[in-house]
Design a protein around this ligand. Structure first.
Ligand SMILES: Cc1cc2nc3c(=O)[nH]c(=O)nc-3n(C[C@H](O)[C@H](O)[C@H](O)COP(=O)(O)OP(=O)(O)OC[C@H]3O[C@@H](n4cnc5c(N)ncnc54)[C@H](O)[C@@H]3O)c2cc1C
Length: 390
């Protein structure tokens, strides 16, 4: 029987899991250990798209209104290449949320439900969980739980060659933007979106050739911020990029062949990282938590509960993981793609990067892009007789 669950990491996955377990099974003790203070976190806003929100509502109608209340809604995305806007219409409605607001909502729900939350607690090993039947690694991409049993989990890690840093901006932009900008020796891409009426997240990214061409490899992080933001002076309206642990780094791709081992099980970024270009890391972490909570509260023995978690979650996760892999591979050396083609054919290559946009979907879901591309002389598949395009 599962009576006590220990969770390492009070990020989105750990807190949501703790809350769901206690909501469904108040007889199970849940303890969360988090190294940071309750009111501090890295980063700024994150996007939770429409489909993910519906899952949160279905999983726990009790907490959903509080999550919905801290969301800032946007619709559509402006896609810009070399200063030219290209209309891409298939953009979903999404809510962005300040990461800390999301954590605060989840912390409050956990407290109400009697989860034992321990902040500011740094542990050197996992012995603190010796009295737990289940130990969950919700401790992010540098997971101690995972790395303590890396061989059993079958962990694989590698770094992408692109560099990125996560900033904030105290300046209003109306919509989500993806802005590819040629610079001397390469190109930068700014992924930026509002998460409050006057606040934006700004993820700055460059590929390896650009990193060297701009001399960023020999600069400090603040100098890198100053240099790269200067190319977005107009878009930023003269505002500065704001730092919050904004370290320039290479994205770690992490996978685990086994999701559980003995008493230990992984969720969220500890289990697998999802590249930010598909915007789904937080959503995936929360959906892992839903699947694991379902499995752990079903009244099964531990091993069977873990197997059920994998069975529920693996198919959807595999699809997203594969899409993320194709997406980040496309982004590697994106400056060469920009240099070698028109803005419109670059946009088409972007749309098709994950392999999920078939000819039919392109014609059906992206009529404004198709019309624009034809106007620019791009040869596209012919419309199907049954599917007129705009
Ligand atoms: C640049 C960038 C942009 C992103 N944009 C988006 C986006 O728009 N939408 C989206 O959905 N996702 C986005 N993500 C991804 C998202 O932030 C992560 O996927 C998500 O935070 C994963 O949640 P998690 O709970 O698994 O891990 P984390 O959020 O990393 O939380 C792990 C927690 O564990 C704690 N911890 C770690 N080790 C220990 C330890 N030894 N002891 C105690 N505590 C520990 C940490 O302090 C942290 O609080 C982005 C990520 C990056 C890098």
């Amino acid at each position: 029987m599962i009576r006590r669950v220990g969770i390492l990491g009070g990020g989105p996955a750990g807190l949501y899991l703790a809350m769901l377990i206690r909501r469904r099974r108040p007889d199970i003790d849940v303890i969360v250990i988090e190294r940071s203070p309750a009111d501090a976190t890295w980063g700024f806003g994150v996007v939770l798209a429409d489909g993910g929100l519906r899952q949160l509502e279905a999983a726990d109608p009790g907490s959903y209104p509080a999550i919905r209340d801290v969301l800032f809604w946007t619709e559509g995305q402006i896609f810009t290449v070399s200063g030219e806007d290209v209309p891409l219409d298939k953009s979903r409605k999404g809510g962005a949320v300040k990461r800390l607001d999301l954590l605060r909502v989840l912390q409050a729900q956990c407290r109400e439900l009697g989860v034992a939350l321990h902040f500011n607690t740094v542990i050197a090993d996992l012995t603190v969980f010796d009295d737990c039947d289940v130990v969950v690694g919700a401790d992010g991409s540098n997971s101690l739980v995972r790395d303590s049993h890396a061989r059993a989990f079958g962990t694989e890690k590698y770094l992408l060659t692109n560099r990125f840093a996560w900033f904030g901006v105290d300046h209003a932009v109306d919509q989500s933007h993806l802005n590819f900008k040629p610079v001397p020796g390469g190109a930068l891409v700014g992924h930026y979106y509002p998460y409050a009426p006057d606040r934006n997240t700004f993820v700055m990214e460059c590929d390896a050739p650009t990193w060297e061409a701009l001399g960023l490899d020999v600069k400090s992080d603040s100098e890198r911020r100053r240099i790269t933001q200067s190319f977005f002076r107009n878009e930023l309206g003269g505002a500065e990029l704001v730092e919050n642990n904004s370290i320039w780094r290479q994205f770690p791709v992490i996978t685990n062949e086994n999701w559980f081992h003995d008493r230990f099980v992984l969720v969220g970024d500890a289990l697998r990282t999802a590249h930010f270009s598909i915007g789904s890391g937080t959503r995936m972490a929360l959906e892992d938590a839903i699947a694991l909570a379902d499995a752990l509260t079903f009244g099964l023995e531990r091993e069977a509960a873990f197997a059920r978690y994998v069975e529920i979650r693996a198919p959807a996760m595999e699809k997203l993981r594969a899409a993320a892999e194709r997406s980040f591979s496309w982004y590697e050396r994106f400056s060469e793609k920009i240099a070698g083609q028109s803005a419109t054919s670059f946009a088409l290559s972007f749309l098709r990067r994950t392999g999920r946009i078939s000819d039919e979907r392109l014609l059906r879901d992206f009529p404004a892009f198709v019309a624009h591309a034809r106007e620019k002389g791009l040869v596209l598949p012919k419309p199907l007789a049954s599917e007129p395009v705009a």
